[in-house]
Design a protein around this ligand. Structure first.
Ligand SMILES: [Zn+2]
Length: 433
């Protein structure tokens, strides 16, 4: 028998309160910082200014390991400013706490694992100063091993839930990749190596990519894929021989365009960014956004990639004209669902279901104007009113970084750090379902 809606709401509310209490309790019981110096792990607070406003994370299913790909000071500054990790492991083995582990940190960006999207909402992120293709320091091994041991124990996570950013990040179609693909990032690749995992006290990682197996993603970088997943390397990790040097070239070696290395292979999604510079063999320099015909870039062109991109979720929006020309291009089979949201340039916002069921608008769906933006897998929460605050619409997700607000003036902002009291009426709210 179905429960009365009021009872259901009450249960839901109770559930949310319980989650919040649990998160706070769990947060206090271990990993409390410098007082724990006895076990060899030193954690010092370097909390992000965003920490206090980040929502609690109701569920923790994964730990995602990252490599900074940049020098320590600059990387620390960046992740603190943006609230992009829970922990930061210096080359000397000191661990900084950036975001409280009970809260959400934005570190994985566009991500998916076993059909679960936006992994930030389910994962602890750890940034390790280093490079995707280089071993970490002994001091980092010691600190990370102990940090992982404690986190795995607190959240009861088996070793194959300790993933790398490169395992979970995925890319959208672009000039070089025809479909959604794995291979958007090489970040944290070193933590898939069996010998590295063993030194970190981890047994085997995942031996397969569940999203590639299910056909949700294709493999864009076969070398990277083979470095990440042990399938085809039978036997337990302990029995496998120490791997030869990774076949994936280090960033500095992989900086020139060749037959095997496209602009995408080197710069990934920054290939057409204004901060990526192409130096042609004749010395001529071009910015990524100045290149129109990618097939004519001569071999030997060197590629300099600018600063690591912001793992922003704003690019969850797909756009007609940029990402495809039809509703199906942008949303696939979900194009006419209630959880696909269309934002027209004139300000109209409708779900796929609304558009497909009304006669007048079905033609709109057939021929979406250029510039129409689409969000897939989202709930249309409706208007914020004084009697209907964001938390009564989106529940605990009201201030998730993955929640979006569309202000009456058309501006769309993320729930990250949004001020509950500063939201005008007639603001629309959208949260991930
Ligand atoms: Zn990363």
């Amino acid at each position: 028998m179905a429960e009365a809606p009021a009872t259901k709401r009450l249960w839901k509310l109770l559930g949310n309160v319980l989650v919040a209490i649990l998160a706070l309790v769990v947060s206090g019981d271990a990993l409390t910082g410098e007082s724990r110096a006895a076990d060899g792990l030193r954690i010092s607070n370097r909390l992000s200014p965003k920490n206090a406003r980040r929502p609690l994370r109701p569920e923790t299913r994964f730990i995602v390991l990252h490599t900074t790909e940049g020098a320590q000071a600059g990387s620390l500054d960046k992740v603190r400013r943006r609230g992009e990790t829970h922990y930061f492991v210096t080359t000397g083995g000191t661990v900084f706490r950036i975001i409280d582990r009970a809260r959400i940190a934005t570190h994985a960006g566009r991500s998916m694992w076993d059909a679960l999207r936006n992994i930030d909402n389910y994962a602890i992120g750890i940034e390790v100063v280093g490079n995707y293709n280089r071993d970490i320091t002994e001091a980092q091994y010691a600190a990370l091993r102990e940090l992982l041991r404690q986190l795995k124990s607190v959240y009861r996570l088996p070793d194959d839930r300790v993933l790398t950013h490169s395992m979970v990040a995925y890319g959208r179609p672009n000039r070089f990749q025809r479909s959604d693909h794995r291979g958007r990032k090489r970040c944290g690749m070193v933590f898939a190596r069996p010998d590295v995992r063993r030194k970190l006290g981890l047994t085997a990682g995942p031996d397969r990519d569940p999203d590639v197996d299910a056909g949700r993603l294709v493999i864009a970088d076969r070398l990277l894929y083979n470095s990440l997943f042990t399938r085809g390397r039978p036997g337990a990790v302990a029995a496998s021989p120490p791997p030869a040097e990774s076949p994936v070239p280090a960033a500095e070696e992989a900086s020139a365009i060749s037959r095997d290395q496209t602009a995408w292979y080197i710069a990934r999604e920054k290939y057409d960014s204004p901060t990526t510079t192409y130096i042609l063999p004749d010395g001529k320099r071009l910015r990524g956004d100045e290149i129109e015909d990618w097939s004519t870039l001569p071999q030997g062109t060197r590629v300099l990639v600018g600063e690591e991109e912001d793992e922003s979720l704003a690019d969850l929006f797909r756009e007609i004209g940029r990402d495809g020309n039809t509703a199906r291009d942008l949303a696939g089979d979900a194009f006419d669902r209630a959880t696909t949201i269309y934002f027209f340039r004139d300000g109209l916002v409708r779900t796929g279901r609304d558009l497909s069921t009304a006669g007048q608008t079905r033609t709109l769906l057939d021929r979406l104007p250029a510039g129409t933006r689409v969000l897939v897998g989202y709930v249309y929460g409706g208007y914020v009113k004084s009697s209907r605050p964001p938390s009564s619409i989106a529940g605990v997700k009201w201030n998730y970084p993955s929640t979006f607000y569309r202000f009456p003036n058309g501006r769309i902002v993320s729930g990250d750090g949004i001020d509950d009291s500063g939201i005008p009426v007639r603001t629309l709210i959208f949260y991930q379902n």
